[in-house]
Ligand binder design. Structure first.
Ligand SMILES: [Zn+2]
Ligand SMILES: [Zn+2]
Length: 267
């Protein structure tokens, strides 16, 4: 299974995945041209994408979705409530480009098994996705107010997880550019996962067998890639887990196309 975080962060998210003859995107939260260019950078043409899985209707996940769907006649997949919430934002779409998914109901999109699951976030009906290619699986878990037992149950045992490490709470609290309301939202049960909460979640995932973790959805103002990595590595070190040896740990950058991961069954 191949996986590439094209972009990940509060300024736009789009992830690429390939298995067998099927290629898909999770979210299209940059403009269409930017996503096309990012795909080209890893040698993929947008024409070859079979579908775009949408997690939720916030603009950092759907900014380019309508344009790409129309231009390339590629279907969008989202929950019914997400469809209702994003209809006004993505423009007119032909009915055959509108596919509905339901949390807890897995399906095949070509060669890739797709398992949507509910996430605690302040959107209409947000989901994360676990993708299966043969016996290998990759999960995305970003936009989480907290790392719920349900999310853990759904993604436990994934070979690779893209896990949110959104902010440092002290940097966020001290940020003069963010209103009190926004700070409360981000820190709340349905906001975003802090570096510390990410690190705790990471340990649970590693104990469950995950050996490849990418920290993602970093805030541009309230975090740095160095800090996010340091917090997770420190938590791993306390448990005697060596980053880079026992577990591969990487950080997806906000405005740089990530590396292409070839994920195989570990162990
Ligand atoms: Zn969101
Ligand atoms: Zn987001």
């Amino acid at each position: 299974m191949y996986f590439c975080p094209l972009y990940s962060g509060s300024s736009g998210n789009s992830l690429f995945c390939q298995y067998g003859n099927t290629r898909l995107l999770i979210d299209a939260g940059k403009n269409g041209k930017t996503i096309e260019a990012a795909l080209n950078q890893i040698g993929v043409e947008m024409e070859t994408i079979s579908g775009i899985l949408i997690t939720h209707e916030h603009s950092d996940h759907i900014a380019g979705a309508g344009i790409l769907a129309r231009r390339y006649h590629v279907p969008l997949y989202a929950t019914g409530e997400t469809w209702r919430a994003m209809m006004g934002k993505i423009g007119k779409l032909a009915p055959d480009l509108r596919r509905e998914v339901t949390a807890g109901h897995a399906f095949y999109l070509g060669d890739i098994g797709v398992a949507p699951f509910s996430i605690p976030h302040d959107a209409a009906d947000p989901v994360g996705y676990r993708l299966w290619g043969g016996n290998v699986s990759i999960s995305t878990a970003t936009d989480l107010g907290h790392f719920s037992d349900e999310v853990f149950r759904q993604i436990c045992g994934s070979d690779l997880v893209l896990l949110e490490s959104n902010h440092d709470p002290d940097m966020l609290k001290a940020n003069p550019n963010y209103s009190a309301v926004l700070k409360k939202r981000i820190l709340g049960e349905y906001g975003h996962l802090s570096n510390q909460m990410c690190a705790e979640a990471l340990l649970r995932l590693i104990a469950g067998g995950t050996s490849n973790v990418i920290l993602g959805h970093l805030s541009g103002e309230n975090n740095t890639p160095v800090l996010a990595r340091r917090v997770s590595e420190a938590a791993m070190a306390r448990e005697g887990i060596k980053a880079g040896e026992d577990v591969k740990l990487a950080v997806a950058l906000r405005d740089t196309v990530g590396q292409v991961y070839c994920v195989k069954k570990s162990g």
